[in-house]
Design a protein around this ligand. Sequence first.
Ligand code: BG6
Length: 471
Amino acid sequence: MTGRFPENFLWGASSSAFQIEGGWNEDGKGMTVADYNSFKRSDRQADSKVASDFYHHWKEDIGLMKELGMQIYRFSISWARIIPDGDGEINPAGIDFYNQVIDCLLENGIRPFVTLYHFDLPYGLVEKYNGWEDRRCVAAFERYARLCFEKFGDRVKYWQVINEQNLMIRVDERMNINEPDAWKADKIRAQMDYHMFLAHALATRACHEIVKDGKIGPAVSSTCTYPLTNKPEDVWAAKMNDSMKTVYCLDMHYYGKYPGYYMRYLKERNIVPEMQEGDEEILKDGRMDYIAVNYYRTLCAGYLPADEDHPAGMRVFRGNEVDFDQYGYCRDEKNVNLRASEYGAQIDPMGLRIVLNDYYSRYHLPMVITENGLGMADELTPDGQVHDPCRIDYIREHLKACALAIEDGVELMGYSPWSFMDLLSSHQGFRKRYGFVYVNRDDTDLKDMRRIRKDSFYWYQNVIHTNGEEI
Ligand code: BG6
């Protein structure tokens, strides 16, 4: 390696189906949990009906990806476009759509990195089985995954099974959990999580069987937690915060069994999921080949003792619904040493170096960054430009952290930030934008959906062109 990044380093950008595609019910596509949730907010903000309208602009958008210099494009397939109700009839129009996208990417020299499931479970599976609570959802996923490998595996070699299982399981809306009783909700979550682990392992096995030279792994929402003080209890709390939110999940994908502390938690809460004979082999057989890392921020935690009203293991979700406190383990705290984005995410490039080193020393597997970026309320100037210097600074500093991690010995295959173009943010619609390409619409007005290159587009284009030498 002569420069900061290896010669074969893969530069790209990312997106997900429900956040960019639109065409939510076109050509046979079924409704998804992501559609359903976004429609609940339709009176206040953009929903998934049109999103960035990639469904009708994909040729133009792939042209822009080529112009940016992208070598990989990380996107997701919508399960409900392929199998509208999740486990029934196959929709040939959905397969055609992704075939065209994949072919066009390859014609433009861009390798597809595909996620099978990014928060958008077909709603039919919720109606039939309450989604992941029922083991039939596992079989449905395996069937869908096999179909994707058979149809697209001749051209798609890099797959991610589930986007951020470890985060999604903490968001009731995404899992369709409507249980007011905290213990019952924890029990349902544990069962759903377990079923997703099985589905992950079965899909991994199927990919190894069907896709020649295929590589498959999870896309994890990484966490890096600092202790609130150097008291030993706080240091332990910080480790447990990472373990309970992320590392147990990676361990499942690598070793095929819950780590001891996680089994202890499941037992102390009396929520050990139902397992069947043969599951152990399935889980062991589904070892990940690489880790796709999503990284935005770091966390801070102090020790939270259990008490009479709050037994060990009990979780309480606070504020943003993604981060929980866990009695007997850890409590989320603010890190006064970090500044936050306008949407509250604490910005911390050093945390990325820590995460990459941590995961590499645990599993010695190659990694790729599939999400990293800054959500901002970008605005179009009267002369039609978008100046986003904060995004450039954010990505520059995180790229420096990647370069240092590579020097530390981490096998980092590539960098694919969030997001290629503006898209539907989960909670802030089109008010919060991440893209290199501005989409000219807002929450209430579709305007002309014009694509406009932001300043960061030109900056990142040069980064790719110089293989990261000019950042
Ligand atoms: C990640 C998700 O957790 O965060 C993306 O994989 C999401 O789908 C991104 O868009 C940013 O979060 P938000 O809430 O700002 O859209």
